[in-house]
Design a protein around this ligand. Sequence first.
Ligand code: AKG
Length: 289
Amino acid sequence: MQWIFPELTPQTAVLKLNEIATAYRKYGIVILPGFFNKEPDFECYVETIRYLFVKLLSRYNIQSKEKDIGDLLMELQKVAPLDGKIITDLGTQHNKFIAANRLKYSNFIVCFLRQIFGKAAILATPQSGDTLHFFLPGKKFKKYNLPIHQDYPYLMQSRQQVTLHFGLSMFYDDVGGIYYWPQTNRLGVLPSKKKKNGSYKIADPSIITKRYKRYELFLKQGDVSFFDSLLCHQSIPNRTKNRARINQIMRFSNLNDELAADNNWYSSVYERRGILFEQAHKDLFVQEE
Ligand SMILES: O=C(O)CCC(=O)C(=O)O
């Protein structure tokens, strides 16, 4: 497939920028297998997540022997199913890890965005653009499998938007991935519905499924893909019994867009968990008279 570029690193990909950007413009997607594998910031990000899992597991007196962060997630899931959210919150809206942000704003990515959006681009990121995603097995997690959708309705800010996706956990068969339909981004912003659980879906999926060919994307650890925020895609569910998939998503907008300007470049905003000084330091908080 002409949108897959194997064996590149961020350093060698800069030399192929034209070719990669041409494929992206044609298909709405490029896939770079193993792209981050040797990146120190990628390793650091995975190690950071591992540290957090080990620390959380130690709260339950578990010294895990698992090496992979997906397997550590499964282990935590058994004892404290909600604790994983502590980690996803750190990697989501926005990503708070320096290592992840160094990848996000790395030279290749900024050059790629400039190539895609052009010299007059005003690069920005939407408020809710970063998601650290845990895809767990089991019926309970089915709702996190997204129907055919475009990403733009979730993020807003600009319909000129690039989604960066990369794999963080070890890949196992049946752990899930993404169905995508190349070139469907050319249809523009499509009428979309909102399901009761809050997920958006294309109002008439048959315009995609009948006219376009479907492909599958399975991100192994270190694999990277960039796709247009208007490219139609859908989750392939995790069908394993005991394996997890961990992916990071990040998004980038071009604010040099009339519709974005009409909307004051606003993004979607979602409520997040957090903490306030007066809750965490009751002993130090002095109530005003
Ligand atoms: O990885 C997946 O299952 C799909 C995630 C996705 O499409 C999204 O967050 O927009």
